[in-house]
Design a protein around this ligand. Structure first.
Ligand SMILES: Cc1cc2nc3c(=O)[nH]c(=O)nc-3n(C[C@H](O)[C@H](O)[C@H](O)COP(=O)(O)OP(=O)(O)OC[C@H]3O[C@@H](n4cnc5c(N)ncnc54)[C@H](O)[C@@H]3O)c2cc1C
Length: 423
């Protein structure tokens, strides 16, 4: 008797790997296809590594309009617009503006919060479930402020929001919580501690999970295979077309990050996912005592900082530059200068390695997560923006529940789209 075709996942970033895990756990046979030679070679490669529940907020909001306006004239430190004449960006921008109302911001932020908390708890369990040596740390994270007024405004907004669990830390409390900051007591006015955050190397995690899946489940990874299109059947997809031949599919799940619109366009579906470029630098740690054990986001300098695997990783910038992944000197200098000023000779300055990645960003913030209405067996789990590592396990679990006909217990979490079944 002919074997039932597998569930084909296109894209082996962190979202694809964890979607494979969630389906395999439910007894499904899975094939993961990627054009790269290993897991997590694109946006999941060298991100900050923070499961940043404390940062799970929609960027679109009343304050973002001014921020984008200033960025267009080069006056917004964390945001750059270097490719304005891009029709995809203009369409994305129009939708972004629609989501900038206070009401939309609150609703999108609530979705991101739900997804992030759900996801963080699941991520915590995966290492144990697969029998992996623990690498992730689940001790929380810090959000730091160099500017007194910014710290005061943020703290009182947090108080008004009534969000529980977060702690506002003055300078002394901050140092008590993270003693490695003692040498830089003057740099930070204070911070917020989020007990919900975790940290770890996203690429390493994806690759360890992928190895465990091939050993313990019916999951096959097909690398160096580019997907070019689909063979259709009446209401769905019969096979995925690749440069190494067609792969018959029971169902297809797109976890293709920033490349998702290009793959979907021939199907008549156009998700608003724009590649928002970010930069990271990694340095070899020389003096552990002067490197924070908790990950932090410097809300004033707009830098994210985390240490793992003997390396300090610092990330910065949101740049609208299309699919350009070059590393201009002024961008890497920004990271280099911050590290020199904040960590001095606690890291090996000559060991710096730089990288850029394209955050697959939706205008609203939440990812597309659900079935494409016109197709009975085509699903999308893409558009996780700046929170892909944070939300990957939760989104994977939700879509696997949906695909296998189970009840989904986190309601209303998807980005809105007419053609997408609301999850
Ligand atoms: C500087 C920076 C810092 C960040 N820091 C954090 C952080 O601290 N915490 C956090 O939660 N998130 C962070 N992010 C965001 C996070 O990295 C992303 O949201 C996440 O990696 C997206 O994962 P993905 O699997 O959707 O996409 P990707 O990792 O890009 O994977 C998509 C895969 O699809 C494959 N693919 C696409 N098209 C095809 C095709 N036609 N055929 C075959 N294969 C295809 C690609 O090769 C790729 O491997 C950061 C991002 C950046 C850039």
């Amino acid at each position: 008797m002919a074997r039932t075709p597998p569930f084909v996942i296109i894209g082996c970033g962190i979202v694809g790997v964890l979607t494979a895990y969630a389906l395999a756990k439910r007894g499904k046979s899975v094939c993961v296809v990627d054009r790269a030679s290993q897991p997590a070679q694109m946006c999941s490669y060298a991100n900050a590594g923070i499961l940043a529940v404390g940062h799970a907020k929609s960027w679109a909001g009343p304050g973002a309009i001014g921020s984008i306006g200033r960025a267009m004239f080069g006056h917004e430190p964390g945001v750059k617009v270097t490719r304005l004449a891009d029709p995809a960006l203009l369409r994305w921008g129009a939708s972004f503006l629609v989501h900038c109302s206070h009401k939309a911001h609150l609703s999108n932020t609530a979705k991101l919060q739900k997804l992030s908390r759900y996801s963080r708890d699941l991520t915590k369990s995966i290492e144990a479930d697969l029998g992996l040596t623990p690498e992730l740390r689940h001790d929380g994270g810090l959000y730091l402020f160099q500017d007194e007024a910014q710290f005061a405004a943020y703290s009182s907004a947090l108080e008004r929001s009534g969000e529980g669990g977060f702690q506002v830390l003055g300078r002394q409390d901050l140092i008590a919580r993270e003693p490695s900051l003692a040498g830089r007591a003057d740099q930070f006015a204070g911070g917020i501690f989020s007990p919900y955050d975790s940290v770890g190397d996203c690429r390493l995690f994806a690759s360890r999970v992928a190895t465990a899946l091939t050993e313990k489940f019916d999951v096959n990874f097909q690398f160096e295979t580019n997907v070019s299109g689909f063979e259709r059947r009446a209401n769905g997809i019969r096979a995925v077309l690749t440069d190494t031949g067609p792969i018959p599919a029971e169902a297809v799940i797109l976890t293709t990050g920033a490349d998702t619109p290009a793959l979907m366009r021939p199907l008549g579906v156009a998700p608003h996912i724009y590649p928002v470029k970010g930069y990271s630098g990694s340095w070899r740690i020389l003096d552990d005592a002067r490197i924070p054990t908790l990950p932090f986001v410097d809300e004033t300098a707009l830098m994210a900082v985390a240490a793992y695997g003997g390396q300090l990783r610092v990330t910065a910038l949101a740049e609208f530059a299309g699919f350009d992944r070059s590393l201009p000197d002024d961008r890497t200098a920004l990271l280099r200068d911050y590290v020199a000023c904040t960590f001095g000779d606690a890291v090996d300055a000559d060991s710096a390695g730089f990288w850029s990645g394209l955050r697959p960003s939706t205008p609203a913030g939440p990812p597309y997560l659900g079935r494409i209405r016109k197709f009975e067996n085509l699903w999308i789990n893409a558009g996780h923006g700046q929170l892909g590592w944070t939300m990957a396990a939760g989104c994977a679990d939700l879509i696997a529940e949906r695909i296998t006909g189970q009840d989904v217990d986190v309601e209303g979490v998807s980005a809105t789209a007419r053609w997408l079944e609301e999850i």
